[in-house]
Ligand binder design. Structure first.
Ligand code: BGC
Length: 563
């Protein structure tokens, strides 16, 4: 069905006119056009992406602060070349690793939106401690607590966005958070760059030079915190999971800008409901003794590892996170000035060219992703990105190997290497930068989604931590080999996507099982058939669900009691 026809259908159809809905096309266009049309999805996703902004800002702000004169004087073991420098950077990643994991139970129990609120509080405490730090321990504790908040946000925000967006816009909407991450990195760099002049960059530098960038984070954090209570709605999928279906219907109708009895809203709510009941019934039948939410959560974690189709998805989500980090993006973001110096570029403008320009390219190149991930699909965008990233690493490594001892006489080779660093960042930004966040939000069934995302995102943070640790060692010891090392991982990404990664573009979340063989077994197929029969719902051809509909049975009552 053409977009125009689908569009017309959405606007004109009444319940009586439409007995069944072709959801795929009925949702309308994807990309920019779709986002502009679904202005509320755009607004909510942008607002929640304040979390992504905090993520990027926090990652970026520290590098500029560490080299500020006043900071170095007050914290000699942390600033400059202090022996604790590596740790003050990486303790945040360790906190984030913990935060991503603990957000799973919070997102299930408190709701997605309130888990983000808790994260904002942790982030605020961390920010206040860092901005007001008078000794190393305050700084370290602040970074760790702030990191926990950050880890929670990095898991909670894409989870929430993925669950409110329709399938045709899911990729674009989640990409907005990557856009916000990149913007946060860029803005923190330029802010550090500006505030370092407060009181001058010499001895008279004011402490405000570094306290201000630490403190300013509270503005977006407080805005997001308030928004969690007054702006962001509950995720309709979470509402169905906790059996607040009437609210889910109301939220969905608001999100889709369609009346509650509209066939599209009806079809989607029934699809979500069928998915949620399937998960609950699976647990009930497989683990009849699991009654409390803790016992159920334990079984769900276990299932993630034991059920072949879930373990497969978990591996994919985690491996993608791992590979995202091992493309070497943060090696560049954290150590670009060092790299630029090592390829023969020197002078005061090096850090501007390195971190400053890298930051701008990173933001600009995320924009096309918003338009392409839901149009061209995840696979092709990932493959093109991976191919160009590996090409960049290969060329940089080779130039480095050839001119290692003669950069001074071959300045153009140094510039060529710098250009390929920028080209690398460009290709990262629209591809795996975004898609690594989209994939885990969409491939898991509702019952285990939060748990699985927590694990996947924690892999991102621990890999980020490892990169921070090993890059300077590699740059010092294997030098150009560092880029061959990252070249190898970008090639692995390319081949793995080409041969193994299924396409998820436009697939409704509740139908992901089909891609992973989740409903192939006789037992699971029977279970789904029973549910569909019971709900008189097949995902494409559904009856009207109304506020008076009632499907209460033992399972519903048990599901309700668990929450
Ligand atoms: C990654 C970050 C990285 C950023 C760069 C994100 O997707 O997870 O580690 O610093 O992209 O834009």
């Amino acid at each position: 069905m053409s977009n125009e026809k689908a569009d017309q259908m959405i606007r004109s159809s009444s319940v009586e006119e439409m007995s069944s809905v072709d959801l795929d096309s009925a949702y309308g266009p994807s990309g920019f056009r779709g986002l502009v049309r679904s202005s509320n999805i755009l607004f909510y996703s942008l607002f929640a992406s304040l979390g992504g902004f905090l993520f990027g800002y926090d990652q970026g702000v520290i590098s500029g602060v560490l080299v500020m004169r006043d900071f170095e004087t007050r914290f000699p073991r942390v600033g400059g070349n202090g022996d604790l420098q590596g740790w003050v950077v990486s303790i945040m990643q360790l906190g984030a690793f913990v935060g991503a994991l603990i957000n799973s139970p919070l997102a299930d129990r408190l709701s997605r939106r309130y888990s983000i609120a808790v994260a904002c509080v942790a982030f605020l405490i961390g920010s206040v401690l860092q901005a007001g730090a008078i000794d190393n321990s305050m700084l370290f504790i602040g970074r760790f607590i702030g990191g926990i908040g950050l880890g929670q946000i990095s898991m909670g925000v894409p989870l929430w966005i993925g669950e409110i967006a329709p399938p045709n816009l899911r990729g674009s909407a989640v990409t907005l958070q990557q856009f916000a991450i990149a913007s946060g990195i860029m803005i923190s760099f330029w802010l550090d760059y500006g505030t370092q002049y407060i009181g001058g960059i010499g001895e008279g530098q004011s402490q405000l030079a570094w306290r201000l960038p630490f403190a300013l984070r509270v503005v977006p954090a407080i805005t997001l915190l308030i928004g969690c209570f007054f702006i962001l709605p509950f995720s309709p999928r979470w509402l169905v999971k906790v059996r607040r279906e009437h609210e889910a219907l109301a939220v969905l109708s608001r999100l889709r800008k369609l009346p509650e009895n509209h066939p599209i809203v009806q079809a989607e709510i029934m699809q979500i409901k069928a998915g949620a009941r399937f998960d609950a019934l699976t647990i009930k039948e497989k683990f009849p003794n699991a009654k409390t939410s803790a016992q159920i959560a334990y079984q769900q974690y276990k299932e993630l590892f034991m059920q072949k189709h879930l373990a497969k998805r978990l591996f994919v989500a985690c491996f993608l996170q791992f590979l995202q980090q091992f493309t070497g993006v943060n090696a560049i973001i954290y150590y670009a000035p060092k790299m630029f110096k090592s390829i023969g570029l020197s002078g005061n403008s090096v850090s501007l060219l390195a971190t400053g320009v890298v930051g701008i390219i990173n933001v600009v190149a995320t924009v096309p992703a918003i338009g392409i991930v839901d149009n061209f699909g995840r696979r092709v965008v990932l493959m093109v990105g991976a191919l160009f990233m590996s090409l960049s690493h290969f060329i940089i490594a080779t130039l480095y190997a050839i001119y290692e001892h003669s950069w001074a006489e071959h300045l153009s080779a140094g510039w060529a290497a710098a250009a390929f660093v920028w080209f690398f960042v460009f290709n990262f930004a629209y591809s795996v930068g975004c898609i690594a966040w989209i994939y885990p939000t969409e491939i898991f069934p509702l019952g285990v989604r939060a748990q699985a995302m927590g694990i996947a995102i924690s892999v991102n943070w621990i890999s980020n931590f490892l990169i921070g640790l090993i890059t300077p060692i590699m740059l010092n010891h294997i030098k150009f080999g560092t880029f061959y090392f990252f070249f190898a991982f970008t090639m692995v990404l390319f081949c793995w996507v080409m041969f193994f990664l299924p396409e998820t573009k436009g697939v409704p979340m509740e139908e992901m099982d089909k891609l992973w063989g989740g409903s192939e077994g006789k037992e699971t197929a029977d279970r789904m058939a029973r549910i569909q029969n019971e709900l008189k719902c097949e995902s494409r051809n559904v009856p009207i669900y109304s506020k008076t509909s009632s499907y209460s049975d033992d399972l519903d009552i048990e599901m309700q009691e668990q929450y």
